[in-house]
Write a protein that binds this ligand. Sequence first.
Ligand code: FAD
Length: 439
Amino acid sequence: MTDLNQPVFAQHTGVTLEGTEIDTLVVGAGQAGVALSEHLNKLGVPHLVLERNRIAEAWRTGRWDSLVANGPAWHDRFPGLEFDDLDADAFAPKDRVAAYFEAYAQKFAAPIHTGVEVKKVVRNSDRAGFTVETSAGVIQANRVVSATGPFQRPVIPPIAPKDDRLTQIHSAQYFNPQQLPEGAVLVVGAGSSGVQIADELMRAGRKVYLSVGPHDRPPRAYRGRDFCWWLGVLGLWDAEAAQPGKEHVTIAVSGARGGHTVDFRGLAHQGMTLVGLTQAFDNGVVTFQQDLADNLARGDENYLALLDAADAYIARNGLDLPEEPEARASYPEPACVSQPLLELDLVQAGIRTIIWATGYAVDFSWLQVDAFDAKGKPQHQRGVSSEPGIYFLGLPWLSRRGSTFIWGVWHDAKHIAGHIATQRTYLAYRDAVQRQAQD
Ligand SMILES: Cc1cc2nc3c(=O)[nH]c(=O)nc-3n(C[C@H](O)[C@H](O)[C@H](O)COP(=O)(O)OP(=O)(O)OC[C@H]3O[C@@H](n4cnc5c(N)ncnc54)[C@H](O)[C@@H]3O)c2cc1C
């Protein structure tokens, strides 16, 4: 059996975990697993983190080459460690983010075993806790925390055409323009991933069509403060639920090229063709909904509402921040918005590639416990699930808007670790008879 007090950062090489008994098992060593390990450590909760790949694997291999963090270095980090090699306002490259989490885990010797997959978790019928099947043996845990990520399974909608002439990939499989065949590209989805990939492809000389759905579009910065700062002081990271009807509205932001506000009309003026939501493919022809102008208008509303809220905050608090009236200027309506394309023959348009930037789903097939509703959605309150002893961390809107983000998950992890420590206190309680028997 392995020594659980020794952090194991190297790939797990056949050391068996068979027979291990642990208080709390954390599944996944992305930012969520690392944050939770830190809090459990501080509270003295014996635990083990199992990661099937490497620490922060999503930041290593699940993101395109040029990706940088969406938030500046002063914000997109945990409280206990700064990016000491970066300017506070810079945007950390993705490999630097991965290195950051590895260094963070090293800082407190997190008990992480990499290269170990958790294959199955079931509640014990004859005693407390859970039996956990892993690729390194069967173990017992009193509690199991799923920190397996908000974005596990890339989702491509069923409308995707079956057409051998086209290369189709999900944004999770996109790395750089050179990997794509020559020709024009249709990018479906204009959240942070879709819009950044479309922009990169256009800059690489590709003709790009970008299918834009409903989105929020905060300014990158306003009156000298990044939008991360504004969302913080305005309490918007702490919003507890998406506004009704906005649950699936994506946020389009970018830290690329030093950070800039995503401006769809600006992209159109540089040569990108914007289209509405992608509706269907039939016989080599793709159709789009007639909702482009509405989607842009709603994105503008969101953008202007944040400027208004920021102005009001500055006035109310008497802050001395520079005026920025030019932030309210907008490009003239491009032709692709005023006369939107409703259908397009893919061959005639020279489109050889479709990139589906259409989001992700979760996969809890390994977690065979009573913590899901009829639709398979985790049932929980701030990550504490309906099945005692099972916890979720890192899910969208787990407790608030910030829950999937680097900064937010650290706070959710603190709450969950606190809950676990409290449960342990209850279970450690002994009544008078038991206490006497002990003496
Ligand atoms: C393109 C993109 C850019 C983003 N940029 C930012 C940003 O700039 N700033 C920000 O704050 N957030 C950003 N996010 C959001 C969020 O920070 C990341 O998605 C982050 O990776 C989530 O961390 P996590 O630990 O919850 O999940 P993950 O990073 O996905 O980690 C989960 C881990 O669990 C492991 N795992 C899964 N199943 C098992 C199993 N059965 N057994 C063992 N291990 C398992 C996986 O291998 C993985 O390493 C971005 C997201 C995307 C998709």
